[in-house]
Ligand binder design. Structure first.
Ligand SMILES: Nc1ncnc2c1ncn2[C@@H]1O[C@H](COP(=O)(O)OP(=O)(O)OP(=O)(O)O)[C@@H](O)[C@H]1O
Ligand SMILES: [Mg+2]
Length: 367
């Protein structure tokens, strides 16, 4: 999967810019606050219909402008296509090869990307919601069908909660049954995905950290498994909580309370892992996601490495970039300094300077 060109109009602080990423490595460098991450955000947005940083549509439109547009040319399985995204007011319109699509899920497999940014490392320390969001997003990017089950569950949860808030018990049993059925499907997706990710993840961590410590990534469902009839178990849990759910006006237990546990040498990464170990852990997770996406899409997604120098030392950057090159992954990096990048690699990359929302092309090797 290759992005050959992207044009931005009135996106964030970028009035107008053209970027033609190299086949392998593209470096976007510049001082703080110039628009580097905005460029990566535009690429991610074009591939998924949603930004990787929390933002509402109007935040994405350049201040003072009425609408924003992103236009990208991609090569997927050797086939060229064009994706266009227009943002106006609170609305977005997405088109593939000039044809408007109704759901972002239809973008699936056109321009898949994996982001590694300083914000990701905070997932280790933050609450379960951040990790759940990460898990569901990565699940969605490799399996468009997941979204239906995800929405089923959260829609049912919302309905059940509003019934609980009203204090009425009429229809509650039917909503509980629906919640349990949808919840089981959601949990199965999450468990199966983490199962597949575990081995890939451990392999990457050992490579990054030279195998000094053992790591584990576990699914921690709110409705504990450990029974051969998960539906019955889930139902029993809901029955036990029925009175307190009615009292609080909210569904107390279910996959909306799921979490992931990150362990290093059997202990919590959050409290026992160093900063560097936490970063390596998240990077290994992202690389596992990349592997998994490659397996399900049949070609590697694009890797977007935001502010890489603040995350990794020069040696780890070198190892990471060598690995990605060997895997033929197209990589876009943002950085405030090119010093930490190996000179040989720098020479082989497309270099763009980002300054106050403008892009200046500064060279590349012949492709
Ligand atoms: N809708 C918008 N309209 C105009 N400017 C915006 C909009 N949204 C964000 N910005 C501006 O974009 C800039 C931030 O861009 P970005 O996050 O890409 O910076 P960066 O180059 O990645 O910086 P850093 O190195 O600090 O991460 C800020 O100056 C911010 O004010
Ligand atoms: Mg940035």
């Amino acid at each position: 999967m290759i992005l050959t060109g992207i044009r931005l109009d009135n996106f964030r602080n970028i009035a107008a810019a053209n970027l033609n990423p190299g086949r392998q490595l593209t470096l976007l460098y510049g001082l703080n606050g110039q628009g580097k991450t905005n460029l990566l955000e535009a690429i991610y947005l074009l591939g998924t219909g949603r930004p990787f940083r929390m933002a509402k549509v109007p935040d994405l439109i350049r201040q003072g402008a009425v609408k924003a547009a992103i236009n990208g040319q991609v090569h997927t399985s050797g086939v060229a296509s064009e994706i266009t995204l227009e943002l106006e007011g609170k609305n977005r319109r997405i088109a593939v090869d000039g044809k408007t699509i109704n759901r972002p899920a239809e973008l699936h497999g056109k321009l898949a990307s994996v982001v590694f940014s300083p914000d990701d490392t905070t997932m280790v320390k933050q609450g379960p919601e951040t990790r759940r969001r990460y898990l569901d997003r990565s699940l969605y990017s490799c399996d468009a069908g997941f979204l239906r089950d995800y929405h089923d569950y959260y829609r049912t949860l919302k309905q059940r909660n509003s019934l609980l808030r009203s204090g009425s018990t009429s229809g509650l049993d039917a909503w509980t049954e629906q919640l349990v059925d949808a919840g089981i499907r959601l949990m199965q997706h999450r468990a199966a995905y983490l199962d597949r990710l575990q081995q890939l993840f451990q392999g990457h961590y050992q490579r990054i950290a030279d195998g000094r410590e053992t790591v584990e990534l576990n699914y921690c469902p709110d409705i504990a498994a450990g029974t051969d009839d998960p539906r019955k178990h889930f139902m029993q849990q809901q029955e036990q909580c029925r009175a307190s759910d009615l009292r609080h006006g909210v569904t107390g237990h279910g996959p909306h309370r799921d979490d992931l546990t990150f362990l290093i040498d059997g202990r919590a990464l959050k409290t026992f892992g160093s900063q560097g170990q936490q970063r390596s852990f998240v990077l290994a997770l992202k690389l596992a996601e990349l592997d998994h996406l490659q397996q399900s899409l049949g070609e590697p997604p694009i890797m977007l490495l935001d502010d890489i120098v603040s995350e990794l030392d020069p040696e780890r950057i070198y190892n990471l970039l060598s690995f990605l090159r060997q895997r033929e992954v197209q990589v876009l990096i943002t950085t405030t300094t090119t010093v930490a990048i190996d000179p040989g690699m720098l020479q082989e990359s497309s270099l763009y300077r980002v300054n106050a929302g403008t892009l200046t092309y500064e060279g590349s090797v012949p492709r």
